[in-house]
Design a protein around this ligand. Sequence first.
Ligand SMILES: Nc1ncnc2c1ncn2[C@@H]1O[C@H](COP(=O)(O)OP(=O)(O)OP(=O)(O)O)[C@@H](O)[C@H]1O
Length: 254
Amino acid sequence: MIDVKNLHKSFGSEEILKGIDTQFYKGKTNLIIGQSGAGKTVFLKCLLGLFTPTEGTIEYNGSAFSGLDVKEQRELRQKMGMVFQGGALFDSMTIEENVMFPLEMFTKQKKTEMMDRVQEVLDRVNLKNVNHKFPSEISGGMQKRVAIARAIVNKPKYLFCDEPNSGLDPKTAILIDNLIQEITQEYDITTVINTHDMNSVLEIGENIVYLKNGNLAWTGSKDDIYKTDDKSLIDFVYSSDLFRKVREVQLKGL
Ligand SMILES: Nc1ncnc2c1ncn2[C@@H]1O[C@H](COP(=O)(O)OP(=O)(O)OP(=O)(O)O)[C@@H](O)[C@H]1O
């Protein structure tokens, strides 16, 4: 679990995050949603420890970066996996080398042990016969699977995903969403996903954190969204055609 307490983040005189209190739960797909510029990426970077909060704390199972020494901070970082927007694979490395990279960076495992683990996670994300290909030789959906495999190869306790569906067709996007949700449940990971995608909200939104202008405006599940009377959330989610249509069908009781 990640416990966020009174999180503020400013750049110079500009305050981006304005005192956020929320929790992200283990074994659940936690989503951060909000309009462009609301502060989602800044929030995700604070969670990753890439930005230091100006005020407030983020506790990972009771430990905050600020209370840890350098070695403990490194250990905590190793428990974090990240799926970057666009995948961020290394173009000059094969798929196998990409996935092995965190193990080579952070562990002292033997090559055979690393190879076994790489194969295990490639199997888990349903990627066959791609080990020796380069990222440019596989599809966008497959690249996302590689990015997920790389993010989980070192058995993280926390998984952060920045717009994991960007650039994918709707069907592939849902497959990727479902894969992230399955992995989250199977390995009991605290997963936080930054997304614009209302399909994702409807599909996998178990705990949704809605940011507005750097404030926490609403939290709840995908089912709670249908019952909400929060005007700003309604305005935001009903800008999605899909959401409006699903709601109309629900109201008709079909
Ligand atoms: N390193 C930085 N230095 C200064 N300002 C920053 C920095 N990173 C982000 N910001 C500012 O913080 C604000 C929120 O940006 P952020 O990227 O978190 O929004 P977002 O909700 O993720 O938007 P989008 O959905 O478009 O990605 C923006 O005004 C941005 O200019």
